[in-house]
Design a protein around this ligand. Sequence first.
Ligand code: C2E
Ligand code: CA
Ligand code: CA
Ligand code: CA
Length: 283
Amino acid sequence: SKDNGRNRFTYFTASMQEAAQARMAISNELRRAIDDDQLAVHFQPIIDMASGQIRKAEALVRWLHPARGPVSPVDFIPIAEHTGQIVTIGNWVFRKALAHARRWRRVDRQLTVNVNVSPAQFYHTNGENCRHWLADHSFDTGGGTGPPEVGIEITEGLLLASNSAVMKQLLAFQQAGIKISLDDFGTGYSSLSYLRKFNLDYLKIDKSFVYNLEHDAANVALCEAIIVMAHKLGLEVIAEGVETEQQYDILRRAGCDYGQGFLFGEPLPPDAFEALLHGPPLL
Ligand code: C2E
Ligand code: CA
Ligand code: CA
Ligand code: CA
């Protein structure tokens, strides 16, 4: 009835307003979080599927809110992207990750630390932000003794919306020797054409394909096909969200190069991650 319609309308308006207020609160508190040292970077191991050795780490931001407790990046990164705060946060994460990567390289010449770079960081003053990273730090890009010390992870959305500024920026990263991983592959508005258009280095199979892999023949088929395709295009494959021995087995037999997930280790504070580096292979 009409009444129902009006009630529903009122209901949605109220909840939308609440959601907007909640976003605003998060955004305001996030500003303080940056100033008051409430953010931290954790590191999750990425292993070579064949040897079980740690080869990479993904840097993941953490927010320990003084009253709310830990706030998931899923809940504040999208807001930070919307407000532009992601530029400040992203720069901060990148500097932290690079500093740790430098230290850990003395323990392990093979280690690369991957940092998530949000599309907003590419668009910020035409990628000036990212160019600063390249100019401000003289990267250890391997130089024959190992892989580059840092890599970046980007998402499909950035490539779909690709313009010449984004293309130029990606090229600048690659010319600086920084490897690019395509994150969350298979989610989003997948178009395979960008795999041809961009010369990417790694493809990360989204964890939704790995989840329940041992009980889902369709996901096994998809993972196998993605791995074959990626290899033919010259990309290496990282599987995300590996939680069980069986998932690890299936992926390794399918030729997956790297694995990341709770089976190998969760994201850890820098000291705990460093302890892993000194320890035996994870599997
Ligand atoms: P992502 O880039 O896909 O990162 C992987 C996420 O999967 C992380 O969630 C990680 O903790 C989680 N994960 C790892 N292993 C497993 C597993 O075995 N099972 C399951 N279910 N999950 C696993 P997290 O840390 O909550 O981060 C969520 C998202 O927030 C990230 O997804 C990324 O999109 C974003 N994010 C996190 N840190 C940053 C950052 O510094 N910058 C930007 N731009 N985005 C970030
Ligand atoms: Ca990522
Ligand atoms: Ca991912
Ligand atoms: Ca994700």
